[in-house]
Design a protein around this ligand. Structure first.
Ligand code: AMP
Ligand code: MG
Length: 433
């Protein structure tokens, strides 16, 4: 495996920033290079595939739909009988219901009453919707001139998926739609990648657990809870190792336990260089960890690296992210770097939804030289345009701003302040946080 320092040097070089804070793009590049997707897979029951990543292409064993069938309730007939500008009169000789095919040959001048989803009778290729027809005096079905074209309202065999085609490609995420697609193939076991296991804990002597009495100078732990939510939404198996006091022996024991049980570890707090923080020192002792200052706000400090595993356990090294302690900074660094990295590690190839562009309705103060992630509320103005305002105070400890916002306004590295009427990019939160 390439050492962290080798990759870091090459990336810092390619982004031309030797000593200054790292560009967020450099951090993303770095992570993309250092991560290898897990390859282990397992067959799981259809319903259990929701949120999992497909391992290997899923080949369709059947065609969907399996036969040509009707897209409408109406009358099926041979479209070759249609003449431009002329109505058509047909005698209805049978009925085809969904699930009950109509056998037998339909002669010219005849049609079949057909329901949506029913198999097209042999030799018939066109359906006229019932509401377009009338009945003539002699009881025949009358199709007005030019009401339908030959081949209309027929769903072709395999138009959704052909037998032998790729239904879901390797690395696709099983969304509700994909789950339905798998079901439509009649499959009941599907190979998916093993779920990632991730251990996390909070550090800091001032951090209280829920239920502990409040005390001066102490704050309740929120990072473990936002992390629980963020990771659970990614379909990751979480191992919560609690809140760990800033004592070297405790921190070491927790890191060792985490490394022995998980593919990756996330800590929060203690990476910014506070005096009493033993977290940083322990990360350095137990692995190959870099401490970055990233040109971003919120969330400047972040530790990234690998922890060694006890040889008794074997296997690969364990990926480590040390997030800043401030609750918003922890979430923003997670969204900006950790989430894409974990998706890559899960083997997921599905692209993130594109960022929106919205017109800002207030001045956004920003200085060039760092990327800023401001909490925004996107809405639609009366004229139909997307507009965005901030949630107000952007303090990196203000978790309520993440609750009230529906996206992060991303102000790029070189961008300066934005004025009302300027267009900005927004990374929406929906379904993520
Ligand atoms: P640190 O990164 O350890 O310097 O912490 C920065 C700030 O985040 C401090 O005000 C901490 O009290 C706060 N903080 C650290 N960890 C947590 C946590 N798990 N939950 C809530 N706040 C935290
Ligand atoms: Mg701390």
């Amino acid at each position: 495996m390439t050492s962290l320092s080798t990759i870091a040097a090459s990336i810092a070089h390619s982004h031309g920033n030797g000593r200054s804070d790292m560009h967020v793009d450099a951090v993303r590049d770095f992570l993309a290079q250092m991560i290898t997707p897990i390859t282990d897979s397992e067959p799981v029951d259809l319903l259990a595939t929701l949120g999992r990543v497909v391992a290997g292409d899923v080949i369709s064993p059947v065609s969907v739909p399996p036969h040509d069938n009707s897209a409408m309730d109406g009358f099926a007939f041979d479209g070759a009988q249609l003449r431009a500008g002329e109505p058509l009169l047909l005698r209805c000789v049978a009925t085809a219901l969904a699930g009950h095919a109509c056998s037998g040959i339909v002669a010219p001048g005849e049609c079949v009453r057909i329901m949506t989803g029913a198999v097209m009778p042999q030799g018939l290729d066109t359906v006229v919707p019932i509401e377009l027809t009338s009945t003539s005096d002699d009881g025949r079905i009358q199709i007005p001139a030019d009401a339908v074209r030959a081949g209309a309202n027929r769903r072709r065999k395999g138009e959704d998926l052909m037998q032998g085609g790729i239904a879901l490609a390797d690395g696709e995420l099983v969304t509700p739609a994909a789950l339905g697609l798998l079901a439509s193939l009649g499959l009941c076991k599907i190979n998916v990648r093993r779920r990632l296991r991730l251990a996390y804990f909070s550090t800091g002597d001032e951090i209280l657990k829920p239920g502990e009495p409040p005390c001066e100078g102490a704050v309740y732990d929120s990072n473990r809870y936002t992390l629980f939510g963020l990771l659970t939404r990614l379909g990751i198996e979480v191992i919560d190792l609690g809140t760990v006091r800033d004592e070297p022996t405790l921190i070491e024991a927790t890191f060792r336990e985490a490394a022995s049980r998980a593919d990756a570890i996330i800590t929060s707090g203690g990476v910014s260089g506070g005096d009493a923080d033993h977290t940083k020192a322990m990360m350095q002792r137990l692995g190959d960890v870099a401490f970055w200052r990233i040109a971003m706000r919120p969330g400047r400090p972040m530790a990234v690296g690998w922890l060694n595993r006890d040889t008794a356990i074997g296997g690969q090294r364990c990926l480590l992210f040390g997030l800043p302690g401030n609750p918003v900074a922890a979430m923003v660094t997670f969204l900006a770097f950790v989430r894409p990295a974990l998706r890559q590690m899960m083997g997921c190839t599905r692209a993130e939804p594109p960022r929106l562009r919205a017109v800002c309705t207030e001045t956004l103060r920003k200085r060039p030289g760092r990327t800023e992630f401001q909490r925004g509320i996107v809405s639609r103005a009366a004229d139909g345009m997307l507009v965005v305002r901030t949630t107000g105070n952007q303090g990196s400890g203000m978790l309520s701003s993440m609750v009230h916002g529906n996206g992060l306004i991303v102000l790029g590295h070189d961008q300066a302040s934005m004025q009302p009427g300027d267009t900005v990019e927004v990374m929406m939160f929906e379904g993520v946080i």
